[in-house]
Design a protein around this ligand. Sequence first.
Ligand code: OOG
Length: 257
Amino acid sequence: MNTDVIDVAALAEILDDAAQAGRTVARPTDTLPLDVATAYQVQRAAFERRLTRGERPAGVKMGFTSKAKMAQMGVDDLIWGMITDAMLVEDGGTLDIGGLIHPRIEPEIAFLLGRPLTGRPTPAEVAGAVAGVAVAYEVLDSRYEGFSFTLPDVIADNASAAALGVGPWRPLTDVGNVGLLLEIDGRPAEAGSSAAILGDPLRSLAAAARLACAAGVTLEAGWIVLAGAATAAVPLPRGAHVRVAASGLGNVEVTTR
Ligand code: OOG
């Protein structure tokens, strides 16, 4: 960690203000030797600011769990970020994206935890902690110009998280090869398989427990874990109707304004 040369609180304030104002900021790594461990401290400090405003922790999101996403964004490691209740959009609801900078949307698989998960859980422990699985989408909005960043930059920016929605929770079944289709205004925009997510989204859940634990965070019962996109993300326009369908898991829908 290099907190001796990085003012964690100041960077967190800059990124939190940018997210609230819907404007871009300079990438920290353009001028600072920000490393991954310190970037997670910045992410945490920005998250604490949200909690101070009354938002509540609702889960975590994984990023770069598929090759499609790594290739799209030019990075090569898993990242994670925090989800709050204020980021959740009800299924079939409307999302105002007017305050976002350059939103994108991507199809995902979400897990609902019935039990806490931490450390290095075995596959059986991971599956045993799942109370439900659902088709989901994540709306991303990088606080950096052109969605261009290095790994520490995007980690500090809460892994570009902006909003999410989940479909109906279903009991856990094999989700290792679920077909996912993202439609915008009835037209297919992206299609893929959950197998693209680390071979099986449950592996992403295990990785979430491990990475969060390393940062002193336990995944709590009642939290949602977004396993990461199965495809590249696509630009999300205003006035769009988006539907993500997953074989065996139903649909989740959102309309933007
Ligand atoms: C970072 C977030 C990546 C995913 O599912 O891979 C992510 C970004 O692409 O801006 O959430």
